[in-house]
Design a protein around this ligand. Sequence first.
Ligand code: MIG
Length: 713
Amino acid sequence: MKAFQMNERIKGFEFGTPLETGIIHGEKTYGQHALPFEIDLEEGHGYLSFHLTENDRVYGLGPNMGGINKRGRRYEAYCTDDPLHHEDKVVLYGAHNFFMIEDDEVATGYFIDFPSRIYYDIGFSDLDDFKIHIHGEDFTFYIIEGASLKDIVHEFHKIIKKPYLPPRWGLGYFQSRWGYRDEAEIREIHQTFKEYKLPLEGIYLDLDYMEDFKDFTISKERFPNFKELVSDLKDEGVRLIPIIDAGVKIEKDYPVYEQGIAGDHFAKNAKGEPYIAAVWPGKVHFPDFLQEKTQDWFGEWYRALTDLGIEGVWNDMNEPAIFYDEDSLDEAVTLAIEAKGKNLGVLDFFELKDKFQNMGNKDEYYRRFFHNIDGTAYTNEAVHNQYGYLMTKSASDGLRKLLDKRPLLISRASSIGMHAYGGIWTGDNSSWWSHIELNLKMLPTLNMSGFYYVGADTGGFGGNSSGELLSRWMQLSVFTPLLRNHAALGTNNQEPYAFGEEVARINRKLLGDRYRLIPYLYSELLKRYHHGGLMFTPLSFEFFGQEAQDAEDQLLLGEELMIAPIYKPNGKGRYVYLPEEMALVDFKDQPELTVLNPGVHYVSYDLDELKFFLRRNKMMVYGEASLNEKSMKKDSLNLLGFVDGEATYTLYSDDGLSFDYEEGQVSRTKIQVTKKDNGDYKISVENNHIDLKTITLTLVDANGEIYNKEVRV
Ligand code: MIG
């Protein structure tokens, strides 16, 4: 073991020869300090455990089931395609090994830099024991100290890369569905949105746009005029976002396949031949994204889409998901043939059935193919969690060169490190009420891992949505940077207009509100790019006490707001815990502000309302409802404030498209408001945003007195 220090607050310990994952950045000074606990190495695996006192809380671990406090469950970090997010699932698409343990006095953060399986048992088998099992002996263990949980997150964000920032139009509303078949249907959807006067920023294209599920092809039959379609829609402010899967179809004369073979770009089996798995296109090879030359090669292939006017993509199936491989299909078929005509015993029947039923994503597949890292072969299992991350890096590097502006890019599989290259949609959830709550709880945890451009399939992917479920989900999703309504093949339609006029009206109001929130949300993303930290913060990170710890169904948003969505059917309102005095905002055209005392309140909340809370001596800005980002007004903004002393808000903005923000080219509009003794307010604005000309303020004080004023800036 080698000990090192990164700064006063971060030290680390290298075990064996850890693989360079590219996740952690910064200088290491090797030294002599001791590991404050033991990590046992047994038969090539690492084991450690933390004693949990009764009041210890555990946070982190990325996109997983369970609460914000991760205690009381098991988890596994190993990117896995599982389309049923049942309550007892322990592993999903992301492997994020950052976590924090907090008791009433101190908190400590940990990060395990290791690209294969890690098992966590957080007070599940044993109430007071947090056990970690690392499936290997080459890893780096980081310990991060800080004055608070928020502080530790900040420290951690300093040693990982800066996060991905989407183009500003990425904050618009996106419609998606697996099963939009052809150009006519895409045009019809666009048309319907127009008829209903519903905002639409883009339409995601699922597998159906491809020819035989081949990456970087467009079906000539279903999309004969793809380029024209892209440009017609873009003229109206609507972008198309096609899907790309990890597997490349094995087919003679298919150029991606031919080049992949010629350039030695595919992951290999034990015999050194390209490994064959089966996914949507049938038999495929997997690009070996662990090789830099393959990242460059595959990244360049996105040209096939950018040449047609595409500016964003979603990377799917990159855990990588595998339906079956030849060996296991053979095995199952052989068993079936042997069984033919026999009087099968029940156990033999189950064996046969399981052979077919459990053929997807078998552990052994990931030991049957190898990646080439600087001449050394690693099983996929050994470096598994790098795969989706590096596929997305490949896409990001490629698209950046091709477009010379920010692409929209999201991925299903992820690990920390990928946060620098793309966002995440949280995969195949279901149209279940419990998944609204799950969506809420994943938000701060994803932020801890450095991911901000995140969102769930609004309305739910699997199963059938109802109008009520969709609108309730929308009331949460209007706050999430990625706002996409997506559904699985074969499920009922769930576009915002799919449930009749009344639901369409409700969704029009909510989506309008989303566009009003874009200046604020986008400013949050820019702030997090520059300063790290959380966009969505659990109450317990900010306030002491059991109530704050328990209120896991509410979140702070930015430094200004608190959200408390409804995630139960037939709800007309809900109980909300206010840890401090706040103003309830009913986000009508002219928002209504009601000051509430700390404590528990029943807040009524109708489907067509958007309600949230503004903290004391905080302010937020908002714009106007709009049908797309392109037509948003830039010269005026509104401001809401709950000011009973002094409040400052700084709005960040930029051109929304270029990479200039990386060089610090960001406009800041600093608004300062001080309440004077006579009830009047002193307002000052420092503005270097060229387009912004007026701000209309609505302020409320602790007595509920409302004050309106328009200022030129
Ligand atoms: O095996 O492309 O998570 O969003 O619609 C399913 C079809 C493959 C999984 C993705 C989902 C997408 C679906 N894909």
